[in-house]
Design a protein around this ligand. Sequence first.
Ligand SMILES: NC(=O)c1ccc[n+]([C@@H]2O[C@H](COP(=O)([O-])OP(=O)(O)OC[C@H]3O[C@@H](n4cnc5c(N)ncnc54)[C@H](OP(=O)(O)O)[C@@H]3O)[C@@H](O)[C@H]2O)c1
Length: 309
Amino acid sequence: MVCKSRQGLLSRRDFLIQAAAWTAVPFLPRNTSAQSVYPTRPIPATGEQLPVVGLGSTKAVSRLEKAGTAELKLLLRTLLDGGGTVVDTWSRSALLDQLTGEALRAEGMVQDLFLATKLDAVGAKAGRAMLERTQQLLGKKPDLIQVISLRDLDTQWLNLREWKDADKTRYIGATVSSDSQHDAMMNFMRRERPDFIQVNYSVIETRAESGVLPLAADLSIAVLINRPFTNGSYFSRVKDVTLPNWTAEFDCHSWAQFSLKYILAHPAITCVLTETTNPKHLIENLGTAYGRFPDAKTKLRMREVVQFT
Ligand SMILES: NC(=O)c1ccc[n+]([C@@H]2O[C@H](COP(=O)([O-])OP(=O)(O)OC[C@H]3O[C@@H](n4cnc5c(N)ncnc54)[C@H](OP(=O)(O)O)[C@@H]3O)[C@@H](O)[C@H]2O)c1
């Protein structure tokens, strides 16, 4: 299969050959990003295309003090060279912000990334202060700012509206990461019609299928997915189980791809964020975008496999 993106053409076979070569070397060749292509989906508000797999940076950022910036830089380079651009992050302590900013700006990578950040504050003044800090952290206008976990939503949404009106960000939205927040998220979506939402969804956490995802499609809202591996607990669940042979029918080659194929088969989804500190895992996750996806009947079968483990 050959996939088209804003950058050109790359077959799934070419990607796998390239990925195999990448994992054999400690740093990735700079010029591969110019040649790479990647499956994308449109942001409904503008039609801008986004690569369908992105990087959740929480774990890598939390390790910056101990690990230094080399690990995060390599992950960002791997993402770009693999055809991805989307990174989800947010402003934390002064030291973590300084180190995150250093990694993002290395080799000018920040200019090629689609940066999604989060607003995690209570009170209008605290929210504005955090937005200023975020601006400094990234060193460029964030592409997307989200109210984290609907926290202090009414106040922070006004802050985000002002920020967008002042052209200090391109898109605004909000996140949830637990099924218990889906009803509140749907109320927000109906009321405010955000550009983006971020929600938990996977082969284990399927609730968004019956509420948030169809509503996002109806309202033309872009969707980022979090917790594709339920923050890693999914792998403990399947660790002693053999991947069924029939998963090859939709070009799935690992348990990580099993959950990601399940997620990306949903047409309302714009991009799934996978959190990792391991470039090989990131390459495996990025590779999920190529090839076929399971149909509704196969998705039911997939759910049965993980429910019985
Ligand atoms: N409220 C919110 O806004 C909110 C809440 C939760 C999450 N999020 C966002 O969503 C992102 C992802 O969700 P999550 O935090 O729940 O993490 P996740 O992506 O569900 O799981 C991360 C775990 O999976 C492992 N992993 C990743 N790829 C793998 C692979 N191919 N093979 C084996 N193991 C693999 C990682 O370990 P390794 O490091 O060893 O690869 C890590 O321990 C976060 O980074 C964040 O950006 C947002």
